[in-house]
Design a binder for this molecule. Structure first.
Ligand code: ATP
Length: 470
């Protein structure tokens, strides 16, 4: 590994160079922490989302999917508690005009030993601005003390307007999570299906948060995608449900996506870490270069959300589940699994990055699981002559309806292999002169560099099926 550079810098550079992830609107200088997914990145992102959908929705009889609008009725956010509760306390430095999240200020102060113990959280704020500890806090930027303003609550939701003129138009929010669309759709889903608790509703979609300190590449951005599943359960079954989903979700990241076990762990939320809606919460964390951090949360949201929507909509009866066997009517409890698609993609890229020595040269290789690799295979005619491209295209055409395969006939074969290594392509099939004689091709394995027996061209599709649908 190029030690002089951090792994994060290496990944950011590779992502841009090879078209995984790149800054948005770059010709205008970009816009802070907004990224676009390039030709390889969109394939990886789609495959990850599809795998999640296959694992969470298609392979389970009691989970269905939806795709709700991004702009919901504004009452949704009053009911959910986001209008009042989705806030980050902010502090300004009067001296250098920098702005900080109160959390970051505390962390900085604790690290610099500026304060002995973090002050107790009060009224949603950690710091009491009238306390002597507060006056002693240094500004993380200029280091001055006594220059910080009292914390102010800042709502993280993006507000916008429906209607042609701002005045008089109704204000709405871009959703900060996909979960609420599931809760408000749940009575309609129930009417169109025959689901009974426990059952789940899943969705993948964009969410927006006006983050004060976005950063670490695509780890924290203001616009991102969530893969969420809300599981509606009989009250009293939360604990076993949480255990079930903790196991399922960890299995998905380890076994289905191939993230290394040593880089994954659970973190249990302490009472002061819990979101306003949650009774218990567990994070799945990845060991990012900047430290262990969450990329999926598993939360016991109790009946908080449905209760609030019942109250704010006046539709309590619609939101209750009627059990026709016990003749009971009740509000289901909810356990959610909430993963960030972009954050998980970052974890997968970091985890896949390897450097090794091949023929005295450093080789960069992304050891992506074949299920996730943007290209499942590359088809390479050894030369551009002697009918080899025609034969290679034949192979390409036999695979293209089922797999994303890459055709490349330019440059020397070693260089073509290297490009595929960097893209994470698990298999390269080379069409050479022997192909013309016996219809076989070489297969090169990205990770082992082995070139085992030559398969027949018509066997290649089954070979890929075995790897990808395993
Ligand atoms: P954090 O503490 O990092 O802000 P959170 O606890 O607020 O995250 P949740 O509300 O539980 O996150 O959202 C579920 C998932 O959505 C997170 O695990 C993460 O993967 C993703 N996510 C949340 N905020 C962002 C963001 N700003 N950028 C990218 N992904 C995000």
């Amino acid at each position: 590994m190029a030690k002089e550079k951090s792994l994060m810098d290496v990944i950011v550079a590779l992502a841009k160079r090879r078209g995984f992830v790149m800054p948005t609107s770059e010709i205008y200088g970009g816009i802070g922490s907004s990224y676009d997914y390039g030709p390889l990145g969109i394939e990886l992102k789609r495959k990850l989302a599809d795998l999640w959908w296959r694992d969470m929705v298609r392979s389970r009889e009691n989970i269905v999917g939806i795709d709700s609008a991004i702009i919901y009725h504004p009452r949704t956010w009053e009911a959910s508690g986001h209008v009042d509760g989705f806030v980050d306390p902010l502090v300004d430095c009067r001296q250098c005009k920098s702005r900080f999240k109160e959390d970051d200020l505390l962390e900085h102060a604790a690290k610099a030993k500026g304060i002995e113990t973090p002050p107790i959280k009060e009224n949603g704020l950690h710091l009491d601005p009238d306390s002597p500890e507060y006056a002693k806090l240094p500004c993380p930027n200029c280091g001055n003390r006594g220059t910080l303003t009292p914390p102010r609550a800042f709502n993280l939701m993006f507000k916008t307007f429906i209607g042609p003129v701002e005045e008089g138009a109704s204000s709405v929010f871009l959703r900060p999570e996909t979960a609420q669309g599931i809760y408000t759709d749940y009575p309609q889903v129930l009417n169109s299906t025959r689901l009974r608790p426990p059952f789940g509703i899943a969705q993948i979609g964009k969410a927006f948060r006006n983050e004060i300190t976005p950063g670490n590449f695509i780890f924290r951005t203001r616009e991102f995608e969530q893969m969420e599943m809300q599981y509606f359960i009989v009250p009293g079954t939360e604990d076993e449900t949480i255990e079930f989903w903790k196991e399922e979700r960890m299995r998905f990241w380890r076994e289905t996506c191939g993230i290394r076990e040593e880089n994954l762990r659970f973190h249990t939320h302490g009472p002061d870490e819990l979101a306003h809606y949650a009774k218990s919460a567990f994070d799945i964390e990845y060991q990012f270069p900047f430290g262990w951090s969450e990329f999926e949360g598993i939360h016991n949201r109790t009946d908080y959300d449905l209760k609030r929507h019942a109250e704010y909509s006046g539709k309590e009866k619609d939101l209750m589940y009627f059990d026709d066997q016990t003749r009971e009517r009740y509000l289901p409890f909810i356990v959610e699994t909430s993963a960030g698609l972009n954050r998980a993609l970052l974890a997968i890229l970091l985890d896949a990055y390897h450097e090794d020595e091949v023929d005295g040269n450093t080789r960069v290789v992304l050891k992506l699981d074949p299920k996730l690799a943007p290209y499942t295979a590359a088809i390479l005619p050894l030369t551009k002559k002697d009918g080899l491209p025609e034969k290679a295209r034949e192979l390409f055409n036999s695979l293209k309806h089922e797999f994303n395969v890459f055709y490349d006939e330019s440059g020397n074969i070693g260089r073509r292999y290297r490009r595929q290594d960097e893209a994470g392509t698990p298999f390269c099939f080379t069409v050479d002169h022997q192909t013309l004689e016996d219809g076989t091709v070489t297969i090169r394995d990205r990770d082992t560099l082995d070139q085992p027996d030559r398969p027949k061209m018509e066997q290649v599709i089954n070979l890929l099926r075995d790897k990808v649908y395993a």
